[in-house]
Design a protein around this ligand. Structure first.
Ligand SMILES: [Zn+2]
Length: 388
């Protein structure tokens, strides 16, 4: 199997226009995204005269792709953190994924550097078990507005459970960024779903004129319903030494009954604590997530949350002694006060992640960010070839 190019397509029209970046094979064994993007790229190339955007498609884990593995040494979707970026430039111990990390980072740096228009980052994945397609994203109003009309179930609050995902970094920079899971790794339908999804995104954003979709007979497939929203309430963490197995064949989104047996973890049986839905059950050997529990959020709740976010309701909280805004996305709450402030309220305001930064004080962060530049990764000489 030959090694794919890192930046396997780019179309640069105008820095003032929107930019869309598609990623695939961040997990090496999820090849359907790569196959689909090659067709999508052909479509873009064919209609480039009617393009109103800059397009880039970036390949993820090269070595794992060749070996048909999720990853070789480290999960490439868990290392987009400062400590790994620093570590990657030291080259102390060999980590295959650090090559990918550094190359992708440098491409992103160059791509994002001069762009003035909105940036959309989309990461394509597949799952080890069968599923209907869905969108997974961090909870920001920008992201919500974007996925509203794509017609897929939307799962949010992933940022509270997963550290170091590529999309976390891009979302922290203030860009619209989300993941799309098309179906099972090797299913032909996954390729089809990816293509349809990419066309929907491109068409919804009007990145290519509508007429091009009509000319190619794709137009009829682009209609979609309103999204349904779910939030993640629990993630089953797995350590490398754990022995883990799902009990039975759960379809993604399957509605659980309280007490239903779900999985075996080191000879302990895990049962559903409530009537949640099961999400992304692990049916392959490698992975740090055994499964998640999700629950539906009503559209009414979402509307109320959007309204109180827009009104900047958190500023009212700062009237209480000791509570203050550290910056526009961080709220600091003294520990003795936390029990009086409902978690649901903080969630509704978008404050989903908490870290203890100083003694007796917890910092809650939200995903509404201002656009920030990606700093240069100094220690590395870029292998980036500008294929104009
Ligand atoms: Zn994946």
């Amino acid at each position: 199997m030959s090694e794919p190019d890192r930046l396997f397509y780019s179309l640069e029209t105008d820095n003032a226009l929107p930019t869309i970046i598609f990623f695939c094979c961040i997990h090496g064994n999820e090849k359907a995204g790569y196959i689909a993007l090659q067709s999508v790229n052909d479509f873009i190339e064919k209609h480039k005269k009617s393009a109103n955007a800059n397009f880039y498609t970036i390949f993820g884990n090269k070595e794992a792709y060749i070996q048909n593995q999720r990853f070789i040494n480290k999960d490439l979707n868990r290392i987009w953190t400062k400590s790994h970026l620093v570590e990657s430039s030291r080259k102390a111990a060999y980590v295959s994924e650090y090559n990918d990390l550094v190359e992708i980072y440098n491409i992103l740096h160059l791509v994002l550097k001069d762009k003035k228009g909105p940036i959309y980052c989309i990461d394509l994945h597949t799952t080890s078990g069968p599923t209907r397609p869905f969108v997974v994203m961090n909870d920001s109003i920008k992201n919500r507005d974007f996925v509203k009309h794509l017609g897929y179930p939307v799962i949010f609050n992933i940022e509270s459970f997963i550290e170091g995902a590529l999309l976390n970094m891009l979302s922290d920079l203030g860009h619209v960024s989300f993941g799309f899971e098309a179906g099972e790794h090797t299913s032909k339908d996954s390729v089809k779903e990816f293509k349809l999804f990419c066309y929907r995104v491109i068409s919804n954003l009007e990145l290519i004129d509508r007429q091009s979709f009509i000319d190619d007979g794709i137009d009829n497939y682009l209609k979609s319903k309103q999204a349904k929203y779910y939030e993640i309430v629990f993630r089953q963490n797995l350590e490398p030494q754990d022995s883990f197995e799902m009990i039975g064949n759960f379809l993604n989104f399957h509605k659980l009954k309280k007490g239903e047996r779900i999985a075996r973890l080191n000879d302990r049986i895990i049962s559903a604590p409530s009537d949640y839905r099961i999400f992304m059950p692990l049916y392959q050997k490698k992975g740090e997530d055994g499964f998640f529990y999700i629950k539906r959020i009503s559209n009414v709740k979402l509307k109320v949350a959007k309204l109180i976010r827009k009104l900047g309701f958190e500023h009212l909280l700062t009237i209480l002694p000791g509570i203050n805004m550290v910056n526009h996305y961080t709220l600091a709450i003294p520990d003795p006060l936390i029990k009086y402030i409902p978690k649901r309220l903080l969630f509704a305001l978008g404050y989903r992640k908490s870290v203890e930064m100083e003694e007796n004080k917890t910092y809650f962060t939200k995903q509404e960010r201002k656009i920030t530049a990606l700093p240069k990764l100094n220690a590395f000489v870029s292998p980036y070839k500008y294929n104009k």
